[in-house]
Design a protein around this ligand. Structure first.
Ligand code: ZN
Ligand code: ZN
Length: 196
């Protein structure tokens, strides 16, 4: 079963779509400090984070996502020089997706804020409930009961299975963020060296 969901940034300049394939995604809330730093860097926390500082992500394979408009309004940062690439729009400072720094890795974490649903029910029918809420130790205010304090190790086998399926199926490419090995835009590193 698969569904195509339209993607659109806040101001409507960057558009695309993503295929939701049953068994090929995780629907997560990430409360980690890096996702919060990214939202602060974009100076747009109110449009990105929930009340606990969480970011809602749809993690899937790069080949399932397309950017159809506004490619020139896409940029990326790394919080640290070994960190993941955090892609965002430059028109309205919204996160688009996270990728690894290598184009070979079949993983993309798309901001659910960009996914267009007519209502909550349609969203629930398409994405299902949230699979994992992680890094609650960074939550703003009291940590909600349904959030894991860190990343639960019990979730690792699922991630490994997902990655293996992606590697064997070559699902890393095409990617909206890489042409071959090269990124589609220059990636700005916010801080060099070992910084915590
Ligand atoms: Zn925009
Ligand atoms: Zn995070």
């Amino acid at each position: 079963m698969s569904n195509i969901v339209e993607l659109e940034c806040l101001c409507g300049v960057v558009k695309g779509n993503i295929k939701v394939v049953h068994g090929s995604f995780f629907h997560v809330h990430c409360l980690c400090c890096d996702c919060q730093k990214f939202a602060s860097h974009l100076n747009n926390k109110e449009n990105i984070l929930d009340e606990h500082g969480g970011s809602e992500l749809f993690q899937t394979y790069p080949e399932l996502m397309k950017v159809t408009e506004g490619q020139d309004k896409i940029s990326a940062i790394q919080l640290k020089d070994k960190g993941i690439y955090r892609w965002h729009t430059t028109c309205c400072n919204m996160p688009i997706a996270n990728t690894l720094s290598s184009a070979k890795i079949p993983f993309i974490g798309v901001s659910v804020k960009l996914m267009k649903f007519s209502n909550e029910q349609e969203k629930l029918n398409t994405l299902g409930p949230v699979t994992l809420k992680a890094f609650g130790k960074y939550s703003i205010g009291e940590m909600p009961n349904d959030v894991h304090s860190k990343f639960p190790l019990s979730f690792m086998p699922k991630i490994i299975g997902f990655m293996l399926k992606g590697i064997f199926g070559k699902r890393n490419s095409p990617s909206p963020f890489f042409n071959g090995k090269e990124t589609v835009a220059k990636v700005e590193v916010l801080s060099k060296g070992k910084v915590n």
